[in-house]
Design a protein around this ligand. Structure first.
Ligand code: FMN
Length: 198
């Protein structure tokens, strides 16, 4: 009996260690600052502390970016409701693809690749960088991206976080890192973190 108990503990520990996707807590869909205050405070910030974001905040960020707010419809409008956008996020532990239905971050590349997420130094220190990927042939997706970016800006204004959207990154480097097909491209990145240097 003791042996079985011991084996169960070991195997659940191994499962925990080898589990590389991140299961997110349910996003908090209420509260925050009034919308007019958040709009009034939206701004780009370029000084970030290296302090990590907690999992709840990451979950909220992913949801405001590209979550579902109805059975199968997103928080942002998408042309013909095709929902072809992909939202990746570079954290210290890896680069992940957001799976909104499962409320998970799916590990795509292990390790700290924040340096690939942008050419400006503040990017490398910030705890989270969104990488927005679209089908290069579907220009409507860039409008979708604008909606995503603004949702993230407004959430950050509401939650006391800093953010900046960025077009200054190495397209080829990111495409290679994410193993994107020829028809996909990174349209923008967006840095998020606590403001101030640490
Ligand atoms: C499409 C786009 C690309 C941008 N690229 C960068 C960038 O690469 N680096 C950066 O620091 N800011 C970038 N910005 C942020 C703008 O510089 C910023 O929005 C502008 O200076 C106005 O400041 P505000 O956002 O505080 O109103 C970008 C903004 C947009 C809309």
């Amino acid at each position: 009996m003791k042996k079985i108990f011991f084996l169960a503990i070991i195997s659940s520990f191994c499962l925990y260690v080898s589990a590389q996707d991140i299961s997110l807590p349910a996003p908090q869909k209420t509260g925050g600052k009034p919308l007019m205050d958040a709009i009034n405070q939206r701004q780009s910030v370029r000084e970030f502390s290296s302090k990590d974001l907690d999992l709840q905040t990451i979950s909220n960020l992913m949801w405001v970016a590209y979550g579902f707010n109805r059975e199968s419809k997103r928080v942002v409008p998408t042309a013909l409701d095709k929902q072809q956008f992909e939202v990746y996020v570079a954290l210290k532990t890896g680069v992940y693809l957001y799976d909104a239905k499962a409320n998970k971050l799916l590990l795509k590349v292990k390790g700290d690749h924040r340096k690939s997420a942008g050419k400006q130094e503040y990017v490398w220190n910030a705890p989270l960088n969104f990488i927005y990927v679209m089908d290069a042939g579907i220009l409507d997706s860039s409008v979708e991206c604008g909606c995503i970016v603004q949702n993230v800006y407004l959430y950050c204004a509401s939650a006391g976080l800093g953010s900046v959207v960025r077009g200054y990154f190495d397209q080829d480097e990111l495409k290679k890192l994410l193993n994107l097909s020829e028809k996909k491209k990174v349209i923008l990145c967006q840095t998020v973190g606590y403001t101030g240097i640490s």
